[in-house]
Design a protein around this ligand. Structure first.
Ligand code: SF4
Length: 153
């Protein structure tokens, strides 16, 4: 079983109500069954929702720092949404455990799904989202799937 960020499969769950469909994700998953989930929606955040940014986190360790209580996620209205992000990531992690997920294909530049610990994505974004951190800690292989502004609708 492979977990995939739901927006990459065309679900309109992004903060701005759009999706980030990548037609080639199915080539990456092959014949493996897929678990398509959005941690922010599962955490109780609505769609659309204000974008959120890490505060007080080290680059490349943002998600781990938040889970350890060393950093927060604040939305653009100044609301602390750390608990909702952590709750959603934990729910996805639990489902991944139940379904024996070994690989997660996660959308880039997301405070939940982002996975770019070396900061090589030319479009920027956090080095490690909250879900990416948690899955990595569980031993799940995490791969970043880069989306482009062109593909986001
Ligand atoms: S990147 Fe992750 S958190 Fe953001 S919309 Fe896609 S699945 Fe949801």
């Amino acid at each position: 079983m492979i977990m995939v960020s739901a927006c990459l499969l065309g679900q309109r769950v992004r903060y701005d109500g759009r999706h980030s469909l990548r037609d080639d994700v199915r080539e990456l998953t092959g014949d493996e069954p897929v678990l398509a989930l959005c941690p922010e929606v599962l955490g109780g955040l609505g769609t659309p929702r204000p974008p959120a940014r890490f505060v007080g986190a080290r680059f490349g360790y943002e998600g781990s720092d938040l889970l350890a209580g060393r950093a927060r996620l604040m939305d653009e209205n100044g609301r602390d949404v750390s608990l909702a992000f952590a709750r959603g990531a934990k729910l996805v992690a639990e489902l991944c455990k139940q379904h024996g997920v070994r690989l997660a294909l996660l959308k880039d530049r997301s405070p939940s799904c982002g996975w770019d610990p070396d900061g090589v994505n030319p479009q920027g974004g956090p080095g490690q989202g909250v879900l990416a951190a948690l899955l990595s800690q569980m031993g799940v292989t995490v791969r970043e799937v880069r989306s482009s502004a062109r593909g986001e609708k």
